[in-house]
Design a protein around this ligand. Structure first.
Ligand code: NAD
Length: 280
């Protein structure tokens, strides 16, 4: 049986774990925070229960999904993984350290994947003994719902690793689109001006709810501020900053003070209960 390991049980990691468990794969998952590990099964149950209530999933199907999730203490307990996906904080050093720990325990042909939104996959692979086994696997939020997964190859990624992960992820019902290892891949790069113009209008004195209402009435499922609240202002800021750096400060990737302030004040959006649209 194929085993998927997920490291980081925050917004994305739990959703990624749900996605593969729902597709019938065994999932091993961990987080550096003991509370995140302890609450993960309950949070997964809470995410699945509305689907049961809506008649989209039966009770036994929900129990089967839950039974496929095993929480472990740390990466050292993930030696049986065929594919290990990290969804920890958006910091290069943290991800590098984690991959070194994973590489020490997984089988030689296991694939390692990063859910990074904006960091260089090639730079993450540099210090690995087998850099050809690392690729980007960028899910969108909420991971169980959003169809798209960007599959990111760095120049040395093995085609066999890409093909294997594409197959596993398509088997989990996703639309997989291969992207080059360029800052922001496809979607986050296109999205930067979307957020940036909205933040510029905010600094000109417009109201976030008014901007979002206009964009939603124009056909967008969420407006830019609702999307920042969903993604997390901290995650959005990290992605904007790493694009600004990678693009050598090009004005298209300007980092607005209004976004920095949200993060400094802890108004991260849905995960803290305070954001642009729901100021608490
Ligand atoms: P989050 O803050 O909700 O969760 C991160 C989790 O990682 C936390 O539970 C934290 O305790 C854990 N963690 C931190 N360091 C760790 C370590 N060394 N080992 C194990 N666990 C560790 O963050 P998130 O929104 O889930 O984002 C995770 C990754 O996914 C980031 O790289 C982010 O850029 C990317 N991403 C986020 C979104 C989004 O919409 N939030 C979308 C796509 C990709």
């Amino acid at each position: 049986m194929t085993t998927i390991a997920v490291i980081g049980l925050g917004t994305m990691g739990l959703g990624i774990a749900q996605t593969y468990a729902a597709a019938g794969f065994a999932v091993l998952a961990t987080d550096a925070m003991s509370e995140a590990r302890a609450t993960a099964p309950g949070r997964l149950r809470a995410a699945l229960t509305p689907r049961v209530q809506a008649g989209k999933l039966t009770e036994p199907e929900m129990e089967a999904i839950l039974s496929r999730l095993t929480i472990v203490e740390g990466p050292e307990a993930m030696g049986t993984a065929d594919l290990a996906i990290e969804a920890v904080v958006e910091r290069m050093e943290v991800k590098r350290t984690l991959f070194a720990a994973l590489e020490a325990v997984v089988a030689p042909d296991a694939v390692l994947a990063t859910n990074t939104s904006s960091l260089s996959v090639e730079a993450m692979a540099e210090q690995l003994a087998r850099p050809e086994r690392l690729l980007g696997l960028h899910f969108f939020n909420p991971a169980p719902v959003m169809k798209l997964v960007e599959l990111v190859a760095h120049p040395g990624t093995a085609p066999t690793a890409l093909a294997r992960v594409r197959d596993l992820t398509e088997a989990a019902g996703k639309t997989v689109i291969q992207c080059p290892d360029r800052p922001g891949f496809i979607v986050n790069r296109c999205a930067r001006p979307f957020y940036g113009e909205a933040l510029a209008m905010l600094e000109e004195g417009r109201n976030p709810a008014e901007i979002d209402a206009a964009m939603q009435a124009a056909g967008y499922r969420l407006g830019p501020f609702g999307l920042i609240d969903l993604v997390g202002a901290d995650i959005n800021l990290a992605a904007t900053e790493s694009l600004a750096t990678a693009m050598q400060g090009h004005p298209r990737y300007h980092v607005f003070d209004a976004l920095r302030r949200q993060v400094a004040e802890g108004n991260l959006g849905r995960k803290t209960g305070r954001g642009f649209i729901h100021p608490g």
